[in-house]
Write a protein that binds this ligand. Sequence first.
Ligand SMILES: Cc1ncc(COP(=O)(O)O)c(C=O)c1O
Length: 391
Amino acid sequence: MLNNMPIINGDPLWALLGRFRTDQRKHKIDLLVGVYRDKHGNTPVMKTVQDAEIHLAHQAHSKAYGMLSGNANFNQQMAKFVLGDSPSLKDQCTIQTVGASGALRLIADLIATLSPDSTVWISDPGYINHRPLMEGAGLAVNTYPWQNKNGQLDIDACFAALEKAKEGDVLLLHACCHNPTGIDPSLEQWQLFSDKCKQKNIVPFIDMAYQGFGDDPDTDAAGLRLIIEDSDFAFIAASCSKNMGLYNERTGIATVMTTNHERHADIQTLLETITRANYSMPPNHGAAVASYLLDSPDAWLDELASYRSRVDTIRQALGAALKDRGAPAEFLDISHQKGMFSLLPLTKNQMLILQDEFAIYGMPNGRINIAGLKMTEIPQLADAIISIVSR
Ligand SMILES: Cc1ncc(COP(=O)(O)O)c(C=O)c1O
């Protein structure tokens, strides 16, 4: 069997992280993985999460198996958090998943079961794991462009690519804080995406990984709610990794939206059947914590607001530092973008120089994790960028 081992390149993100860890330079900066860091450079357990865990530890009475669909209160509260008071709430079938990654794969498996010839359209650039997750389920993947040279959403180029989409294809969109560009559609543009889906009979699939990191959670969900309310059939993957800091608890939901309520029981059974044949059921802890927070969300929402504000402060400070140093205009868009990431307009080779000469680690495509930067590191990063672009 081992003789048939294919040559596998592995995920470039984790390979770079390995290199960062062995780098001995004291001034090294890690802008690789999408995690929030505080002013000391730590990714803390949220205070409200800790309080929830203490409460749950005192209540714990059994580790017996749960339901295949996971924690029912969590599923219901998450659907409400994502969809708000939208009338579409009655159209959802939701199942707890192993993070948004698990949700993306579960829905990909569901699409592969119901419509194996569907192509999933993902943005380029986009989330590094979208393609493997969709292809892993056996689905064909195609791409649409996202950003123009001026650092704005290139909706014309995007729609030109989608002209090739066929009926029954799936359009995967980031709900907010687009990874890696930080460029989100306006509500008017969400309406255009919705119109395009209806016109071409393609199914919207919305990936909500950062709700509450760009703006308040309702604002971040406004585009998703618009397109969902406009559609008869759609998919949602949502995550608690970032907005609750539950990264390694692998907590999320997969939601199938359909106005055809007669099909709800079958959809639920199909989701559970795919899950059962994969990992049987999702783990309990993260969902129990999230469920507790969502039952009385005020303190957690305040804590999330403080995270959001810190990331935005860093973003604005980096934009200002680049402006003060006379950086080219395309670098200044950083200030208008949203969420954890931005894409530096640097080539692969320039990103390598950033790493080799300046000990600053970003992704080869220029992605940096703004939420991983300390205020004190901003001059080092801005100076390095200016040095590289002025060669
Ligand atoms: C757009 C997007 N979707 C999904 C995920 C995966 O999230 P999770 O940790 O919940 O699996 C990420 C994580 O970086 C992401 O950026």
